[in-house]
Write a protein that binds this ligand. Structure first.
Ligand SMILES: Cc1cc2nc3c(=O)[nH]c(=O)nc-3n(C[C@H](O)[C@H](O)[C@H](O)COP(=O)(O)OP(=O)(O)OC[C@H]3O[C@@H](n4cnc5c(N)ncnc54)[C@H](O)[C@@H]3O)c2cc1C
Ligand SMILES: *[C@@H]1O[C@H](CO)[C@@H](O)[C@H](O)[C@H]1NC(C)=O
Ligand SMILES: *[C@@H]1O[C@H](CO)[C@@H](O)[C@H](O)[C@H]1NC(C)=O
Ligand SMILES: *[C@@H]1O[C@H](CO)[C@@H](O)[C@H](O)[C@H]1NC(C)=O
Length: 562
């Protein structure tokens, strides 16, 4: 005991004298604050900001701090996750973009609790009758008020028991595989392509939904009616034009949820919690090199030129801060960003996106039964998903919409028009083309004027459309089979999140890519910091080790004795 203590004090004394002799033994020098620019405040950019700040906090003791500037060209946070108000009444919010997520979406689900947001069950008040229409007839209908068993029986009666069971198993296995991407050692990932390969996910991204289902012996009719209705409402694509992974994601929305008041709030809260400087109405026009260099990495810093989207006459201005890192968090091909030669070292491929029309409106009318070939209103489901008709080829009609002509029409809810106090319905249509007054006239069996809505002061009879909100999105990529994906590192200190869009485009997956890029960026800061003071650190490690090895009685057992 005594001996051990004695040796311990020798070791301590040696260590102490070393500490005073070597300046590098002090806690690491505080690195200069890393200036990080994030371009785009959608799911990916807000999540990148949030997690980057979290990672920085975890490494505070190493002297690391980040200062984030978030540039957003619109006047709101959320990007493709956005909410509008029926009748412009803030008490009646409706999702215009991304509307649902599931419990297994860990980032979103955790954020609900962390930010004290309330969960909402989507379409709770919608019509419980749901049908799948092929342009000629309803191929399948269910009533959500029916018991689970009754619905199951209907499915089994028409498609057999194996198709739904095999689909469920395949979907669960695929999602379980995907979820490995969240965990070490798979997270973070410098290459999505490589990770997708390692996790066997390119086996599902490399084939069409149709091929995947066939290979798994899933009944053609079930695939055509039920699964295809899902890929059409989720990704505006038929089974021959969408890869297997997105097909499985389309089948996953069991236990769907949304945020009370609007999903965008998750991203608003993330951006807020990140402490980032928010530059709204501020479109990034170009990224170039600054004359400054990063002290540790030796990389040139970046210079960002912005354009205000509100004041008209401006050619843009250089942002006064030079950035050590830049994260491009939006599909580059639509961003209107020009990059100086040499900035983007990994070319960002342009990929085809779906152009989707989302039309939301209010009407006191219900669908005309004649439109769907019925005589009685009670037969018409309020929710209409679609699939291809028997006479359709897989790419028939505009963008594969086929004879039905649209992807879905849902009755979101019954409500009261705040002006007239009349009972009305809120509808949402997903279609490949603009919804026309002629189409709506047929759908409701009543003349819809060219202007869609009529001025309430002038109207003599009931207006068929009382409030109308059309919008067109580049909603997500056309997810054709592929085995390579745009990787997240595109230059020194330059990152890109939208490669995730062609793997799986959802709020969660794009937020995951934001988090991934934040982790990669932090790794790079840590590595650069180590290299920056390499000399001193190596010397101190060696000296200390040598002391332990050769010093009086300082072997491993002795240290345990302490
Ligand atoms: C109609 C529709 C329905 C959907 N349904 C669902 C769903 O139910 N569930 C689900 O999880 N997902 C759904 N999605 C997909 C989901 O919305 C997207 O995958 C996700 O929101 C994309 O996030 P992001 O941050 O990658 O991109 P975006 O949301 O596109 O964000 C990019 C941001 O960058 C900004 N920006 C662009 N260029 C510049 C510039 N030069 N300077 C500054 N800012 C710029 C944009 O204004 C935008 O705010 C749906 C999408 C659509 C369109
Ligand atoms: C952080 O960034 C903001 C906005 O870009 C800038 O005004 C500020 O000076 C920066 N702060 C620090 C500590 O670097
Ligand atoms: C952005 O511009 C809109 C008008 O286009 C304006 O109402 C809003 O206040 C602006 N937001 C900010 C933060 O400058
Ligand atoms: C969380 O939200 C609820 C209602 O939405 C509110 O009553 C409560 O005070 C909030 N809690 C916190 C910690 O903000």
């Amino acid at each position: 005991m005594k001996g051990a203590l004695g040796r311990a004090s020798t070791v301590l004394a040696t260590a102490l004298s070393l500490a005073t002799a070597l300046p590098s033994f002090e806690p690491p020098q505080k690195q200069p604050t890393q200036q990080v620019a994030i371009i785009g405040a959608g799911a990916a950019g807000s999540s990148a900001a949030y997690y980057l700040q979290q990672y920085a906090k975890q490494h505070e003791l190493l002297g690391i701090s980040v200062n984030i500037t978030l540039f957003e060209k619109t006047d709101r946070i959320g990007g493709r996750t956005l909410t509008i108000n029926a009748y412009n009444d803030p008490s009646q919010p409706i999702e215009l973009g991304a509307s649902i997520f599931i419990e297994k979406n860990h980032i979103l689900h955790d954020a609900l609790q962390r930010f004290n947001l309330s969960k909402r069950i989507p379409d709770e008040d919608s019509d419980p009758k749901l049908g799948i229409w092929d342009g000629d007839e309803f191929v399948f209908t269910i009533n959500e008020r029916d018991s689970f068993w009754w619905t199951a029986l209907k499915v089994i009666y028409k498609y057999g028991i194996m198709a739904p069971r095999r689909t469920q198993k395949l979907m669960e296995a695929t999602i379980a595989n995907f979820l490995k991407l969240y965990e070490e050692p798979n997270f973070p990932f410098r290459s999505l392509t490589q990770r997708a390969y390692e996790l066997g996910l390119i086996d599902v991204t490399g084939v069409t939904g149709e091929q995947l289902l066939k290979a798994n012996n899933i009944d053609d009719r079930y695939a055509h009616d039920i699964i295809q209705a899902s890929t059409r409402v989720n990704y505006a694509s038929n089974l021959v034009r969408i890869h297997g992974l997105d097909t499985m994601v389309s089948m996953a929305p069991e236990g769907a949820m949304a945020v009370q008041g609007g999903n965008w709030q998750i991203f608003y809260k993330m951006a807020e919690a990140s402490g980032a400087s928010l530059l709204m109405n501020s479109s990034v026009a170009s990224i170039g090199f600054s004359s400054e260099t990063n002290h540790y990495s030796g990389n040139k810093k970046y210079l960002i030129r912005t354009k205000s989207t509100t004041s008209e006459s401006n050619g843009g201005e250089d942002y006064p801060v030079a950035f050590d890192n830049v994260i491009i968090a939006n599909p580059y091909q639509f961003s209107k960003i020009s990059a100086e030669e040499g900035v983007i070292q990994q070319t960002i491929d342009e990929i085809p996106y779906v152009q989707l029309h989302v039309t939301i409106f209010a009407s006191p009318y219900q669908y005309s039964p004649a439109f769907f070939g019925f005589t009685e209103s009670k037969d018409v489901p309020g929710g209409v998903l679609t699939t291809l008709a028997k006479s359709d080829g897989p790419t028939s009609g505009v963008n594969g919409a086929g004879k039905a002509g649209f992807f879905s029409i849902t009755t979101l809810r019954t409500t009261t028009n705040p002006t007239t106090q009349m009972r009305e319905f809120i509808y949402k249509i997903f279609s490949p083309e603009k919804v026309s007054p002629e189409f709506l006239s047929r759908l409701f069996g009543v003349e819809v004027p060219d202007s869609f809505t009529t001025d309430p002061d002038e109207e003599s009879s009931v207006s068929p459309i009382t409030w109308y909100h059309p919008h067109v999105f580049y909603s997500y990529p056309q997810a054709l089979p592929r085995v390579t994906f745009q990787d997240p590192i595109i230059g020194p200190g330059l990152y890109y999140t939208s490669g995730m869009d062609s793997f799986i485009s959802t709020m969660e997956t794009n937020a995951l890519m934001g988090k991934n890029v934040a982790a990669l960026l932090m790794d790079d800061i840590l590595k650069a910091g180590k290299n920056g003071c390499k000399g001193a650190e190596e010397m101190h490690e060696n000296t200390l080790l040598d002391q332990f090895r050769s010093g009086p009685g300082s072997s491993e057992t002795d240290i345990k004795d302490l």
